[in-house]
Design a protein around this ligand. Structure first.
Ligand code: A2P
Length: 319
């Protein structure tokens, strides 16, 4: 297993279990299977609506002696409706209670988009907070306070492009240590990954398998299906592995942490075994230079809301 080593020496196993779309009723068992298989990195978020059940699984694993708390790296994310300075603590406390933990290893601002505190997903312009009411610098100050209090070991962001990262970097006391973004061969985002690296910001790949189980509202008619790309099948055959394993190995080869989601025991085990695959230069080149480019999670659920103050150009730079 490869690790990311933070400045203070803490280590993050680069391959973790994703829990977005893992339904309550499934995620409990998935987390236990993952820990039994050897995963030591679980990625969560308040908006996934399953943290309580992830917490039940962690509690069981600690109680049974399957793993110790200090041996598992747990990440969660602050939802968009808790960006106001005094709401950061509120959002965090709920996550910590649901996960039944005393601290988090990593806490991320989920999106650079601010909503009113009673809104989960916006339907109209009035559901958003304007920038002055919840500037990113204030939200970040709330994250810094959590770190100073020792409630989180590391803080970072998710879905931040270069200009949003620059906004934080220009005013922060503690620099973000992670940017979790959509990354796979249809969306390599090399420029943003390089920018992060140049500022000692680590990178985690979400939707590494193309999130085929994303909700129908996140699907468009002509979306390409990542796992069906012929080139990946050829490389998988060459290594005697599956396409999913090759896709996970592609992120690991870039020194990017990766969090494939599965609630299936065999696939959970199979995905962890990707850590042993060594892709060669020609594999990486073939996978990184595909004609098809596609962003599955494009944030239109924020930008296309009537009256939204956010445009696509606020979220993503041109690739
Ligand atoms: P399942 O949970 O039934 O295993 P992503 O991580 O990009 O969001 O992708 C998650 C999707 O990929 C889910 O539909 C998940 O289904 C599926 N998946 C996870 N691991 C594998 C695998 N090894 N082979 C095929 N599909 C997989």
């Amino acid at each position: 297993m490869k690790y990311i080593t933070f400045e203070n020496g803490d280590k993050l196993p680069m391959l973790g279990l994703g829990t977005w779309k893992s339904a309550p009723g499934e995620v409990y068992q998935a987390v236990l299977w993952a820990l039994e298989a050897g995963y030591r990195h679980i990625d969560c978020a308040a908006v996934y609506k399953n943290e309580k059940e992830v917490g039940d699984a962690l509690t069981k694993a600690f109680k049974d002696g399957l793993v110790k708390r200090e041996d598992v790296f747990v990440t969660s994310k602050l939802w968009n409706n808790a960006h106001e300075r005094d709401q950061v603590q509120v959002g965090f406390n709920q996550t910590l209670a649901d996960l039944q933990l005393e601290y988090l290893d990593l806490y991320l601002i989920h999106w650079p988009v601010a909503l009113r505190s009673h809104v989960m997903f916006p339907e109209k312009g009035a559901d958003f907070l304007d920038h002055a009411a919840a500037p990113l610098s204030e939200t970040w100050a709330g994250m810094e306070a959590l770190k100073k209090e020792g409630k989180v070991r590391h803080i970072g962001v998710s879905n931040f492009n270069q200009s949003k990262l620059e906004e934080i970097l220009s005013s922060c006391e503690i620099k973000p240590e992670m940017n979790q973004i959509e990354l796979h061969p249809y969306l390599p985002q090399q420029k943003l990954v390089s920018f992060c690296r140049s500022h000692q910001i680590n990178v985690t790949a979400y939707s590494p398998l193309g999130s085929a189980d994303r909700p129908s509202a996140r699907k468009k008619a002509n979306d390409p299906v990542l796992m069906q790309e012929q080139v990946f099948q050829e490389i998988a055959d060459k290594h005697g592995k599956t396409v999913a394993q090759i896709l996970i190995a592609w992120s690991l080869h870039r020194d990017v942490a990766v969090i494939p989601k599965s609630v299936n025991k065999d696939r959970i085990i199979q995905n962890l075994e990707s850590a042993d695959i060594r892709l060669d230069g020609s594999d990486m080149e073939a996978m990184s230079n595909l004609k098809t480019k596609h962003r599955y999670i494009d944030g239109t659920f924020f930008t296309e809301v009537p009256g939204s103050p956010y445009a696509q150009s606020d979220l993503w730079e041109k690739a």
